[in-house]
Design a protein around this ligand. Structure first.
Ligand code: NAD
Ligand code: MG
Length: 392
């Protein structure tokens, strides 16, 4: 039977890579629904190619535009708009798998809807888990969903860990997330204040969305991944370590109690973790080139420099603080990154905004999605105040 797949955020980097893998296996996967924020042209092309039952756009204006153009082309995809519609395509009874590839906390509600509905949930949208924490994991448990990581590091760890999660506490000593170090790994730290958005988006190995590109440059991406790993693998904060590995061949590792380490390797291509999540526990072709060991030069590893990447350590700080603090960190960072991309703030100020917001806000433990979203909104307005003070 073909698996019915909803792709949330289908016009993004992960979304288009997902459709690339799906297109290789139309006997196995059928697109049930697609969603996009504002890119009507690309979503139209995807609808014409994959003929989903539904397509969702954030705003009614974009939805009307898409609806008119699909009608002209004779395509019967039904177009909806808004967050309720995202929840609907994530939890529809005919859907088997949901790729959560929206960027940021905006993806929380549909990801939780998929979890509650017991779907195979392919999670690329790490911010949803960083914001949601225990609330998110409770939704997965209550809905009986299968949560499969798409972030390449977490997919690697998932592949290295024993399938039976109940043995992890007795066998696993710690996990090691690898990090590329981004475009400024060797740049003089004092010069980071002059970095432009374009330089920061210029990742050495990957073409990714703008938000995650900035997060890679500050290493806040790794900070979010530390928090993501805490929830996915039920690790204590001190069991999660980070090492820089510029070649991005070793995608992450697990160290067991006997000091044996298992790693997952491959070319840096997001279609590998995507194919792994779609097919798990089977394996299907991803379209990625396999590693050619004869052309592989050195694999190197180094410690992350705390002067260059001060934001990385905010993750452990947030994990040790009361619940809700990771929600605060994520919201502060989303606002700070947008301010940098919008030319309202310097690159090095992203860290200062995140640290100041963490210091200034003492969240109550969130007890559900609504209270998480209220906290998220509260932090955003607080962070805007901090940014305005920076710019003054
Ligand atoms: P992107 O910016 O390329 O795409 C984001 C997608 O989300 C687009 O389809 C966009 O239309 C949609 N979107 C944006 N804002 C939205 C909103 N407010 N409401 C509804 N939809 C919205 O981002 P990306 O690089 O594909 O990353 C997506 C997620 O996957 C992020 O959470 C990122 O951290 C994670 N991720 C990405 C990569 C990668 O290689 N790109 C790797 C690992 C994890
Ligand atoms: Mg990653």
């Amino acid at each position: 039977m073909t698996m019915q797949v909803t792709v949330l955020g289908s016009t993004g980097s992960i979304g288009t890579n997902t459709l690339d893998v799906v297109a290789r296996h139309l006997d196995l996967y059928q697109v049930f629904a697609l969603s996009a924020h504002s890119q009507v042209d690309l979503l139209l092309a995807q609808c014409l190619q994959f003929k989903p039952r539904y397509a969702v756009m954030t705003s009614a204006i974009h939805a009307r535009d898409l609806r008119d153009r699909l009608a002209q082309a004779g395509c019967r995809t039904e177009v909806l708009d808004g967050v309720d519609a995202l929840e609907q395509i994530a939890s529809h009874p005919d859907v088997d798998a949901v790729m959560a590839a929206i960027v940021g906390a905006a993806g929380l509600r549909p990801a939780v809807a998929a979890a509650r509905a017991g779907k195979r949930l392919l999670l690329a949208n790490k911010e949803a888990l960083v914001v949601g924490g225990q609330v998110f994991m409770d939704a997965v448990a209550q809905g009986g969903a299968t949560l499969l990581p798409i972030d390449s590091e977490h997919s690697a760890i998932f592949q290295c860990l024993p399938e039976d999660a109940s043995v992890w506490p007795q066998r696993v000593d710690h996990i090691i997330l690898t990090a590329s170090g981004g475009p400024f790994r060797t740049r003089e730290p004092s010069s980071l204040r002059d970095v432009t958005p374009q330089q920061a988006c210029n990742h050495p190995n990957f073409s990714m969305g703008r938000k995650i590109s900035i997060d890679s440059a500050t290493m806040m991406n790794k900070a979010l991944e530390v928090i993501e790993a805490r929830w996915l693998f039920n690790m204590r904060p001190e069991q999660i370590k980070v090492v820089i590995h510029p070649q991005q061949i070793v995608h992450s590792m697990v160290q067991f109690n006997d000091a044996s380490i298992l790693a997952q390797l491959g070319t840096p291509d997001m279609r590998v973790p995507i194919a792994c999540g779609l097919a798990w526990p089977e394996r299907v072709a991803s379209g990625a080139a396999p590693l050619d060991f004869s052309k592989l030069a050195a694999l190197t590893f180094e410690e992350a420099d705390a002067r260059r990447f001060p934001g990385l350590h905010l993750s452990w700080q947030a994990l040790r603080a009361p619940e809700g603090t990771t929600t605060v960190l994520n919201a502060a960072n989303e606002v700070a990154v947008a301010a940098f991309l919008g030319g309202r703030m310097r690159f090095d100020q992203i860290y200062h905004v995140n640290a100041q917001v963490l210091e200034g806000m003492q969240p109550q433990s969130p007890d559900g999605v609504e209270s998480l979203l209220e906290l998220d909104a509260e932090v955003r307005s607080y962070a805007e105040g901090v940014i305005a003070a920076c710019a003054a």
